[in-house]
Design a protein around this ligand. Sequence first.
Ligand code: 5AD
Ligand code: FES
Length: 341
Amino acid sequence: MSKQEIEEILAFYHNSSTQDLARRADTVCRMNYGNAVYLRGLIEFSNHCHSDCLYCGIRKSNDKVVRYRMSKEEILDAVRMGKDCGLKSFVLQSGEDSFYTCDLLCDIIQAIKEITQGQAAVTLSCGIRSKQQYAQWKAVGADRYLMRFETSDPDLHERLRHGISLKRRLQALEDLKECGYELGSGYMVGLPGETEEMRVNNALLCHKLQLDMVGIGPFIPNQDTPLAGQGGGSIEMTIRAVSLVRLLLPKANIPATTAAGSIDPQGREKILQAGANVLMPNITPVLQKKNYLLYPDKICLDEDGLKCLNCLKYRVLSINKSISLERGDSLGIGMKNGLCE
Ligand code: 5AD
Ligand code: FES
């Protein structure tokens, strides 16, 4: 994409109504993915976290959280259930929890590959680790890694992530790319102190990183964090952000996030009509998922994975799209070309 094309997209973004922006992003999305919506089974396997991000409900200073860790067998049971429903893509997400050593995660990745006869994609989302660990997980079969940069503004990043620099986060993304992962990142919209300029820069950073996957959700203030009582992101802001990223990265896999579905009952449908092509049903066992509360009023806490899958099928049909049970690998070229200036 040339500089001029990017300028043209930004001008369109600034001068268009949300409806027109979403319509154009939807057209671009359908050109690449047709009506397909890919599914990723999300397993939130630990809510222990040694980080203390100001926005996050499972930050280490929140002593109201009932902490849990799923055993290898519990994780594999969730995968088996997902596999029986036809899922071919699993996301293992946790807080930053060193209880899961490099070897333990290697073990779990290998077992998932065995259970799914090598047919399923394994995505990790467990925070910053060493490059060596990313490489070992890749060597035993991990395919993808998700790590949002959260905000592209260095000062805001450092403030909200309790001293961790944006530079360190971007280094981790670079390490992951060099290890050969399909790379996902993204950000929240509506963080306290965020400006429209920062939101545009967030989208431009996704383009610069040539991401294969981009997760964008509204910030939802959590009452048990230092950001209690602050305003959150709106569905409109989220739609505009997703649409802009779809125009800048026509081939990226972009989920309609649970956070978007949590601030608006039709949130995920709206985002799927504004450039998104992925849903992430939460297949964490019901007993545990109610304790993975990054933000309040999270949806699907009482529903098991099967119920969510059925629900999503109808939601997707209602907007003239349909669920695809394919792996939904990246169509992007990011990994091969490296950073884009
Ligand atoms: N509101 C919305 N999203 C949040 N996340 C963390 N805390 C919140 C919150 N209060 C997002 C972050 C993180 C992802 C797993 O969840 O972007 O990367
Ligand atoms: Fe979980 Fe609708 S997606 S109940």
